[in-house]
Ligand binder design. Sequence first.
Ligand code: SAH
Ligand code: SF4
Ligand code: F3S
Length: 470
Amino acid sequence: MFDHTSSKQMDESVQGRPFRSSVNAHSSRKYYIESYGCAMNFNDSEIVASILHEQGYGAVTEPDQADLLLVNTCSIREKAEQTIRHRLMHFKGFKKKNPRLLVGILGCMAERLKESLLEQEKLVDLVIGPDAYRTLPALIAEADGGQKAINVLLSREETYADINPIRLDQNGVSSFVSIMRGCNNMCSFCVVPFTRGRERSRDAYSIVAEARDLFEQGYREVTLLGQNVDSYRWQNPETEEVVSFAGLLEKVALIHPDLRIRYSTSHPKDITDDVLKTMAKYDNICKYIHLPIQSGSTRILQLMNRTYTKEWYLHKIDRIREILPGCAISTDIITGFCSETEEDHQQTLEVIEYVKYELAYTYEYSERSGTLAARRYPDDIPAEVKNKRLNEIIALHRSHSEQKNKDEIGKIHRVLVEGPSKKNSEEWCGRTDTNKMVIFPKGHAQKCQFVNVRITDATSGTLRGEIIGN
Ligand code: SAH
Ligand code: SF4
Ligand code: F3S
């Protein structure tokens, strides 16, 4: 997903981004953490950082300065795991120089491969699954004593609600807030229910408190994160008040009109009119929805266990357009899923043509052992066919996104200034409400400020503009 916001969604494009923490390491032990996978994993690394800081650890920005090297990992596709394996082998080499060094694997790959990483592969000293981060200090002590340190227990309750994440990327403008963990949908291709466990929702008031705290620190955008945010449901044990996702969105929107709210990810079967109407009601809830279709063929959707049809999905798109005119829509698509025919593929192209997505994250199907698809259906689409179909999908989508960007020329958008443009420090970059990146001359604008920008030029990836006031 990832780059759906400043925020990243589940996507390999964000993999391998080391957190460059500016939290100085004066303490005796220094850690370095590198994160792969989805935004939830990145946010988990911030929780881990918080746990380590409590223990007196300091962050370093280069792996060769660390006594504790942590890799927070993703298992979503085979390629993701391969990249991480190479990285772990590289880090293992650091032990020659620093015999005190501990290497730990966190996250989904730790959960999936468990002991084998310690015993057969001997790649790491510590293995910690996504629900076991509170036990990290005890596990480090065990590993220091030369024992095998592993905790991959999944929990039905853990939400880390009381841990205040340390914002490692430090852009100071936008941040992630996890609202739930795990996933109860058993999409047949997906490893997440196995690596992240059962779905559970976090205390709504701890979410609001965290978002408010971010606003008070100067942040101007939060992205609420969950694998399936529409099934968020939390009951206050004292008052019995039940908070739905629409209710939560409203509570966060009410913190301040200058705090922008994004969220990810919606499931087409669960997104409700209530959510769409709440989005329409509050200007500060961004008009952008990530609604993964995966395939446009109802037959394939059934095999994927997505529990909606092509028509159901298109009806949801129509509802979004009705309730939220101008709302940007993005998607995820898997190509070459088991038994996918040319006809199925054409159905996917038809949906893309109908919706004309702003953004599409496209993947070739990668079989993950243990999933329903791996057990039941042969991965029978040849690599070159997967690739050919993927390229057709990308080409069609690109023609839409180019046209959509061109249509923006002349329009005025409210943009949140995120920081200097990468290519030219005299220019700012920032996002529109609809999640489009715009580059524009700095003028008198400041970081974290909202400005009105008129779009003057557009390429397939970026818009250029000029400030016309704030
Ligand atoms: N919870 C989110 C997605 C999480 S994974 C949702 O339901 O939309 C992010 C994306 O990775 C998925 O939407 C899917 O497109 C892709 N993906 C997941 N498993 C995959 C696999 N085995 N092969 C290829 N792509 C996969
Ligand atoms: Fe995976 Fe489906 Fe859950 Fe998304 S909703 S995390 S694709 S099982
Ligand atoms: Fe996220 Fe990858 Fe795990 S997408 S939930 S880190 S498998």
